[in-house]
Design a protein around this ligand. Structure first.
Ligand code: FE
Ligand code: FE
Ligand code: ZN
Length: 296
């Protein structure tokens, strides 16, 4: 059985909006992509342009990108876990609501969200706050929110199956919430990616494997359990090329989009050459030199 991998990367969302994102993805040889609708670090957002969106749909059809595999990512600064400052919590809620409305205009079905930071709260309260926020955000026609598995840096929530399950248990519209795995975060949180099938089995027993709707495929600069969250290029970190290939081609996740969030190498995006590696299943030890050659 030949497994076709649904693979893309984080791409820009510039003045050409979805069309520009799709063009970047195609230039990388990708068949999907992930974007932030503005800067990942802030919440300044522009209106979605209907004409550009229509053009993007045509362009994507011509280039083999199915919009059902395209992912949006919410900005990092959203925090649904802590409502000690009621205004910030309310702002996060209304921002995510607006963001869901915006991506619906582009027929995007999934938005990845970092569950949040507990800060000074105890974990159970923080997890309950996240579920409560999701209940205020989600409507019957909302795109699906994908809670990302986190590395456990600082007071991040969603750092193990138990915490993710706890959040999901508190959500009313369960069919509107799924999970996005991140291999770097899993490694840094203490999961051995070399035994990925064991993790999937555990995930299935605890949450249900069908909840996994996206996988962020990143190598890690740090050792297992480091709680650091620093992404490395594919095959250039502690997880290693073969272990990541096993995740990418896992038959149980065949229909799940895989997204690279690996760091740029100098001035160049690594994605085209990383996608080449993934498609050929062959590690490229000359990534930096070959990128210089490609983009010179
Ligand atoms: Fe993320
Ligand atoms: Fe990620
Ligand atoms: Zn990360």
């Amino acid at each position: 059985m030949v497994i076709e991998v649904i693979i893309g990367s984080h791409v820009n969302f510039n003045s050409e909006q979805l069309l520009g994102s799709a063009k970047s993805a195609v230039s990388y040889g990708a068949n999907t992509f992930m974007f932030y609708t503005g800067a990942p670090q802030n919440t300044i957002r522009k209106d979605i342009d209907v004409n550009l969106t229509e053009e993007a749909f045509t362009y994507m059809k011509e280039n083999g990108i199915d919009i059902k595999n395209v992912i949006c990512h919410a900005p990092y600064i959203i925090n649904l876990a802590n409502k000690e400052k009621e205004e910030s919590w309310n702002f996060s809620i209304s921002f995510v609501k607006n963001e869901l409305t915006r991506i619906k205009k582009m027929n995007v079905s999934y938005m990845v969200l970092h569950p949040g930071n507990s800060l000074k709260l105890d974990r159970m309260t923080a997890l309950a706050n996240i579920a409560e926020a999701l209940n205020l955000i989600l409507e019957d026609d909302s795109p699906m929110i994908l809670l990302e598995t986190m590395a456990g840096k600082g007071t991040e929530c969603g750092i193990n199956l138990y915490e993710l399950k706890e959040i999901l248990n508190g959500v009313e519209k369960k069919e509107h919430v799924g999970i996005c795995l991140d291999t770097c975060h899993l490694n840094d949180s203490g999961v051995d990616i070399a035994a990925f099938d064991d993790y999937l089995k555990e995930f299935d027993e605890c949450i249900g494997i069908d909840k996994i709707k996206c996988v962020h495929v990143n190598d890690s600069k740090n050792v297992i359990g480091s709680h650091k969250d620093r992404h490395a290029n594919i095959g250039y970190g502690t997880i290693g090329f073969d272990n990541l290939i096993n995740v990418l081609y896992n038959p149980k996740l065949k229909d799940v989009p895989k997204i690279l969030e690996t760091p740029w190498v100098g001035d160049y995006p690594p994605y085209k050459l990383e996608i080449d590696m993934i498609k050929s299943k062959k590690f490229n030890p000359n990534l930096e030199a070959d990128l210089k050659e490609l983009y010179k």
